[in-house]
Design a protein. Sequence first.
Length: 132
Amino acid sequence: IIRLIGILFLVLMLSQSCKTYKNLEKIKPKSESTSLAEGLQKLKSGNRIKVFEKNGNIRTLDYVNTEEGILKGLEVKKPKGEMISIKVEDIEQVQVKKADVKSTAISTGLAVTIGALAFVFGLLLYRGSMSS
């Protein structure tokens, strides 16, 4: 039964993601503005972004900069990190990969709780087998 708890614990930990993609409006400083150009100013070089183009393409990039209405980033899926340039006017939406504090806290709390319960349960089983 200890192995079962260990396997469940491992599956739980592997299925948790502490990073998620968030819309630019939710990135600090938060704003109600719907202007994509203003939102792009929040990005920092090296941010992992997901760009949804109006033509339906979705690209995952490491952000480099935005100049003269053109977003530039390094393609994540290409082995050489090819530089991609996309006109801001051709972009539907941009999401940024950020740490999800709630998810991290919950998974850490669950890990500690399950680990402590497994330890106590194992200790009780060990003591029970020793007294028999």
